[in-house]
Design a protein around this ligand. Structure first.
Ligand code: BDP
Length: 333
């Protein structure tokens, strides 16, 4: 809004007061138009939940918060999204917490392989005090997690053979998400790792730039990686929470009443996402197995788990505050 002052001289206080009240009026009348970053395609559980979130936020704030979800990472890769949230270039996003470790070191605790005992344990941790503390750490860095979504369990898949023991990873090159910890994880298992954007993985698997990658069933399916990397070995080494996150810059502009409404919309979208996730997890698994994916169930994962000791040690050495969170997660029943 442009404010025109008459040429006559005003006291600074009056000018300031006018500007402040004009800004207040403008923030009351102009809707916040939120851009939402999303890596997934139409119909994916995260996509449906994010769309439901912004729709409900719009309705519950009488249109003071309106917005749109941009699918397929058209707004940039996930590292870009984290930075854009921090500076307020985008206002909300849905993604897993894996690549967040650089910006918020405490969050790396969820990227420690096998830290969660299962999906239910992850829910209990993230919906409890530890989740609140991680959220507070993120908020200090400009990103507020309004609620947690599911991302299932990630396992390794590759083009040439089943990974039955860590020895089978030798000489194989795996794509990992953008986090040094994942490079260490693959190396501790005896393989090689290349951090790479999600959008580049399909082509890289196809042309042999990498031999494998790791992800949950729904992403293995929706990215079509199952067409080119047909061995899926159930290591379930990472259970990564995902967040519906907002930029603190956008959040702080909302009235308390609207913050309550937007948070409620996020919580509702999380219940929806978890429900859709459970269904999609089963469906995707069925679909890729029916298409001929060679499934290798690993009954005893202890060789993989034991190989992670140096990964934990290095993570704590690099960031001693992680020990507190490791203990807190491991002591959560
Ligand atoms: C998917 C996550 C997404 C990640 C992607 C990846 O939902 O946030 O960006 O994996 O591997 O499962 O990059």
């Amino acid at each position: 809004m442009k404010i025109k002052f008459p040429t006559k001289k005003f006291s600074t206080a009056l000018v300031l007061a006018t500007a402040v009240s004009a800004a207040t009026v403008s923030s009351m009348t102009q809707a916040a138009d939120w851009k939402g970053w999303n890596i997934h395609n139409t119909g994916y559980p995260v996509t449906v939940a994010m769309e439901s979130f912004i729709k409900e936020a719009d309705k519950a704030t009488d249109g003071r918060v309106t917005g749109r979800v941009y699918n397929g990472a058209v707004l940039g890769n996930q590292s870009d999204a984290i930075q854009m949230l921090q500076v307020g270039g985008i206002q909300f996003a849905g993604f897993n917490l894996g690549p967040m470790g650089d910006a918020v070191p405490e969050v790396n605790v969820v990227s420690l392989p096998f830290i969660f005992k299962g999906l239910d344990h992850m829910h209990r941790v993230m919906d409890g005090p530890v989740g609140d503390e991680l959220s507070a750490a993120m908020e200090k860095k400009g990103i507020k997690a309004l609620a947690w979504y599911d991302g299932g369990a990630r396992s390794f898949y590759n083009t040439s053979k089943a990974i039955k023991t860590p020895a089978d990873m030798k000489g194989e090159k795996f794509r990992v998400m953008n986090n040094e910890l994942y490079v260490g994880m693959v190396e501790a298992l005896g393989g090689n790792a290349t951090p790479m954007a999600y959008s580049e993985v399909y082509q890289s698997l196809k042309t042999g730039v990498v031999d494998g990658a790791e992800n949950n069933w729904p992403s293995y399916d929706s990215s079509n990686h199952f067409e080119v990397a047909t061995y899926y070995s159930l290591t379930e080494h990472l259970i990564l929470p995902e967040c519906i996150c907002v930029s603190v810059a956008a959040w702080d502009k909302l009235s308390t009443k609207d913050q309550v409404a937007v948070k409620k919309a996020a919580r509702n979208s999380s219940a929806l996402q978890r429900d859709l996730w459970a269904k999609r997890d089963t469906e995707s698994r069925k679909k890729v197995l029916a298409s001929g994916v060679k499934f290798n169930e690993i009954k005893d994962k202890s060789a993989f788990q034991n190989a992670m000791t140096p990964v934990y040690k290095k993570a704590v050495k690099d960031n001693p505050s992680l020990q507190y969170f490791i203990d807190a997660i491991q002591s959560t029943p």
